[in-house]
Design a protein around this ligand. Structure first.
Ligand SMILES: Cc1cc2nc3c(=O)[nH]c(=O)nc-3n(C[C@H](O)[C@H](O)[C@H](O)COP(=O)(O)OP(=O)(O)OC[C@H]3O[C@@H](n4cnc5c(N)ncnc54)[C@H](O)[C@@H]3O)c2cc1C
Length: 234
């Protein structure tokens, strides 16, 4: 997984949350940022004409794309951005034009995607915790006087490398510091609450997994590659 931001002249607000492009060969997901940053002064951060930022993540770097017919890992950085933009338009512009080339002012592809002789290398791959690894992860309070850890790999209730987990690790690190200094009010820590609504789906998925059947959401190329990755990581 890695991401790119497209800077647009229009506030596109595609959906209020993450959008999955089930038909995109590179397993794209996106989020229109502007709607969530209502009090953010975007004008002060770049060209005045920028009205929205569309953040896109590509999860499949091995399936050939539509534009160049090669996988992302074999493309140049420029080809990656052009291909992702093309796949977005293919998905979104079926009934009406929701994205057009005129709207695109600029883009920013993560610099961690580095060009090499045989394509690109991702210097900042997404960490997905594997089953059973929680007990192996370090706690925020490592027991050394002047060292605490505040990062998504720390052992947390959130138990998944994510912004929530990084936040919880930060709280735990602050608490370790407060404990060592013997002063201050500890930051709150929460248990992980999972909505009961998902329990039947989780049960169904685990039975299918044990029977060697595909994931129930495996309806498209895009979702297939995402679920395959999850299976590999189990
Ligand atoms: C493509 C992608 C999509 C994601 N999507 C989501 C999502 O939708 N929701 C979610 O919750 N999480 C998501 N995550 C995970 C989330 O971004 C991370 O879990 C979280 O940002 C980790 O926070 P952190 O503070 O531990 O580390 P980071 O955010 O990685 O911060 C570490 C910082 O330390 C800096 N650094 C590293 N080495 C040094 C050094 N030697 N000296 C100084 N600075 C250094 C780095 O440059 C970086 O800024 C995603 C991650 C990726 C890669």
């Amino acid at each position: 997984m890695n991401g790119i931001q497209f800077y647009l002249t229009e506030n596109v607000t595609l959906s209020r949350g993450h959008q999955v492009y089930a038909d995109a060969p590179w397993a794209l997901t996106s989020i229109s940022q502007r709607q969530f940053w209502t009090d953010y002064n975007i004008e002060s951060r770049g060209p005045e004409s920028v009205e929205d930022v569309l953040s896109v993540i590509a999860s499949d770097w091995e399936t050939p794309g539509n534009l160049y017919g090669i996988p992302a890992k074999e493309c140049t950085r420029e080809e990656i951005s052009a291909e992702i933009w093309e796949q977005l338009k293919t998905h979104l512009n079926t009934k009406q034009t929701r994205l057009s080339d005129e709207m695109l002012i600029d883009y920013f592809l993560d610099p961690a995607i580095e060009e090499t002789e045989g394509g690109v290398k991702n210097r900042s791959p997404l960490l997905i915790n594997t089953v059973g690894s929680l007990k192996l992860r370090p706690s925020a309070n490592v027991g050394i006087e002047n060292l605490t850890l505040a990062s998504d790999y720390v052992r947390t209730n959130s138990d998944l490398a994510s912004m929530e987990s990084a936040n919880e690790a930060g709280r735990r690190a602050a608490n370790a510091f407060i404990q060592k200094q013997g002063m201050g009010r500890p930051a709150q820590i929460w248990e992980l609450e999972e909505p009961d609504l998902f329990e039947p789906f989780k049960l169904q998925e685990s039975i299918r997994y044990r029977l060697g059947l595909p994931h129930p959401a495996e309806v498209s190329q895009s979702l297939r590659s995402v679920s395959n990755k999850l299976l590999i990581n189990r």
